[in-house]
Design a protein around this ligand. Structure first.
Ligand SMILES: [Zn+2]
Length: 661
């Protein structure tokens, strides 16, 4: 179908685009494509699009599916500028312009057609393309096909059926980031499980990766202003989680002399197009955006990407951060991170995983909607596809054999058909695991690039020399304490000092007060870990300190989570005596068996899961909640995310066994 003319492609590359040779991956994709379907996983900036543009020039009749409506015009214009006969169809065009572009393609006056996926809901449109004969179907941002991916889109769910309806043309799925599991899923959805996979390294040595721990949101905003002031005049993106945060940040930045434009899905389409366009042509230098911004952005000279919040998974983070430095010049990827980011992501996972009743409700409305008569490949417009749990519900219905795996076709009409929820449970576990890995990235004291590369299944070099850890530039965890608590503790210090006729600093040094306000010890043991507090002071007024802290916490239930110790805790736990647990203890052996299993699954040595000592601490502490786990020595947030549910379940079941026995 597609000629082997690599030399031909190379000539076109030189003559039309002015590139001397292929970049990593391109040549292999083009070669494989001559006799097979291909999935290409290539980082953005490596010229993915040439993998379908070159075949389009030489053979014509290439359809490119892309969700990036705002970008199509620019993409087509730049192709036209070098003489490629390209066109596009999406909702930004008038009906007659859409028609004209369609006919141009069908009748062979253009070679490459960009289409938004929702266009395929029209069966006549699909039929017309089939009759004209599609030589290559390219699916850009293919990770949108999989709900295991990080940007699932319901519009992509029918592409398997579309490919079928087009007569199974040669297919090329492209994405910048998809770990192996997502790759499998994409290919299954497209009905091309045996496609060749061309996966290039995700490593981008020019990106400097760093993380700063800033819990307080006001302080975080200040920090963003500082970071951007240092980078004034550079092109950059700031990502924030919510629309409101985006608006506020953009305003704060502009107010501080750094003109910044807000971008999120709540803005009108033409407004969004405008912001994106002005960013591309350098009229807008800084964009503050939700994750709605940036897919497919091809601006080479973005010098920094700052994350105001931590995303829920490494893929999402790395894809967004990777929009910096596409020109290969140094660029900064800075993640700001704090405890409530984890809470927010956990909530998000909660919402994305519907329970039995929710899934049943979706199923019943699908059955009713289908009874009303499907008139296109995608007739689900009548039900709420944007609800949080929709993707997971569809996956469960498909896994239960109630829905066609590649389309919205129902395979049953019984409202009370049995639904298997296993996939949702599994998916939830998967999402929790992804989150744990993201937390590990944020909290790690080791090389950050190593974590990213391992995540994508690559073997990293020893040191990257381009992350804050390797460069020795880690920002020390700053003292983050609520000022009111600090003040309250200062007052208490004065009271104690007056009564004892001593100077306040002789009672507690300021640094100790700061530590108390930061780590908020809840008991004597925790208090003893505070810098500057020993036995004498703990006995003397320790109880009053803890009471003051707890009182403040009761009055401020919305206060950010207290900071957790790292190094000091490790140090003090190595000094404290090990809890006494007999080696034949059944709980201990249960935990060890679980640890062996878990280490095998994760491909790490057992002690990386938990040390023997930590297992003993767990048995001694008998934690019954995440909160309680936090207080167990040797258990940090990353481990709680990853292993918390398992450990709690094991301890619980052992406890109930013990009661029964
Ligand atoms: Zn490094």
């Amino acid at each position: 179908m597609i000629s082997t003319g690599l030399d031909n492609y190379r000539r076109t590359l030189k003559e039309v685009f002015g590139y001397p040779d292929f970049r990593t991956g391109q040549e292999e994709v083009l070669t494989r494509l001559t006799d097979r379907d291909v999935m290409a996983v290539m980082p953005t900036g490596l010229g993915k699009s040439l993998c379908y543009v070159l075949p389009a020039i030489s053979k014509g009749r290439t359809v490119v599916v892309s969700p990036l409506i705002a970008l199509m015009r620019d993409q087509v214009q730049s192709l036209k500028a070098v003489g490629v006969r390209a066109t596009f169809i999406n909702s930004s065009l008038t009906r007659s312009a859409q028609n004209a572009n369609y006919l141009d393609f069908i009748e062979g006056r253009t070679d490459l057609l960009y289409v938004a996926p929702e266009r395929f809901a029209n069966t006549r449109f699909v039929e017309g393309l089939r009759k004209a004969g599609v030589k290559l179907l390219a699916i850009d941002e293919a990770h949108c096909l999989s709900e295991w991916g990080h940007d699932f889109r319901p519009d992509y769910l029918t592409l398997g059926a579309v490919r079928e309806a087009l007569g199974r043309p040669r297919t090329l799925a492209l994405t910048a980031t998809a770990e192996p599991r997502v790759q499998d899923d994409i290919l299954a959805r497209l009905g091309i499980p045996n496609a060749a996979r061309v996966v290039t390294s995700v490593d981008r040595p020019n990106l400097r990766l760093s993380v700063e721990h800033v819990s307080d949101l006001d302080r975080r905003r200040e920090r963003v202003i500082e970071l951007l002031t240092e980078r004034k005049g550079q092109s950059g993106i700031v990502y924030a989680r919510t629309r409101r945060m985006v608006e506020e940040l953009a305003e704060a930045l502009t107010g501080s002399g750094i003109p910044a434009e807000a971008y999120h899905a709540g803005l009108a389409m033409n407004r969004r197009d405008d912001v994106q366009h002005r960013f591309t042509i350098d009229e807008a230098q800084v964009i503050v955006a939700t994750n709605a911004f940036g897919m497919g952005i091809d601006k080479p000279d973005v010098r920094f990407v700052v994350h105001f919040n931590m995303p829920g998974r490494v893929e999402a983070y790395y894809q967004q951060a990777g929009r910096a430095g596409r020109d290969g010049e140094p660029a900064d990827c800075i993640l700001l991170y704090g405890g409530h980011d984890i809470a927010a992501q956990r909530q998000f996972i909660e919402r994305a995983h519907p329970d039995d009743a929710d899934v049943r409700e979706t199923w019943v409305s699908l059955v009713a909607a289908q009874a009303a008569g499907p008139e296109s490949l995608d007739w689900t417009g009548r039900i709420d596809r944007n609800s949080d749990g929709f993707a997971a519900a569809i996956a469960a219905l498909r896994a239960s054999g109630l829905m066609d795996p590649g389309s919205f076709r129902l395979l049953s009409t019984k409202p009370d058909a049995a639904i298997d929820m296993t996939s949702i449970v599994e998916h939830r576990r998967y999402a929790e695991d992804r989150l744990a890995q993201m937390v590990e990235y944020a909290e790690s004291v080791g090389c950050r690039r190593e974590i990213v590369l391992r995540y994508f299944g690559e073997q990293p070099a020893a040191s990257c020399d381009a992350c804050d850890s390797c460069l020795g530039e880690r920002q020390e965890t700053e003292a983050e304490y609520p000022p009111e608590l600090y003040d309250a503790l200062l007052k208490l210090r004065e009271k104690i000092a007056r009564k004892a006729s001593r100077a306040p600093y002789q009672v507690l040094e300021s640094k100790t007060v700061q530590e108390l306000a930061t780590y908020r010890p809840h008991d004597r043991d925790e208090l003893m870990e505070t810098w500057g507090i020993g036995e004498v002071k703990a006995d003397w007024f320790g109880e009053r300190l803890v009471r003051a802290i707890r009182l403040w916490e009761d009055k401020n239930p919305d206060a950010p989570e207290r900071q957790r110790r790292r190094s000091q805790r490790a140090l003090s736990s190595s000094l404290a005596p090990e809890p006494e647990v007999d080696d034949s203890d059944p709980i201990y052996n249960q935990l060890r068996a679980w640890r062996t299993e878990r280490a095998k699954i994760d491909g790490v040595p057992a002690y990386m899961v938990f040390s023997d000592r930590t297992l003993k601490e767990l048995i001694a502490a008998q934690p019954d909640s995440r909160e309680a786990l936090m207080r167990v020595k040797g258990v940090g947030p990353a481990k709680i995310e990853k292993f918390g549910p398992d450990v709690l379940r094991l301890l619980r079941s052992e406890a109930s066994n013990a009661v029964r026995a």
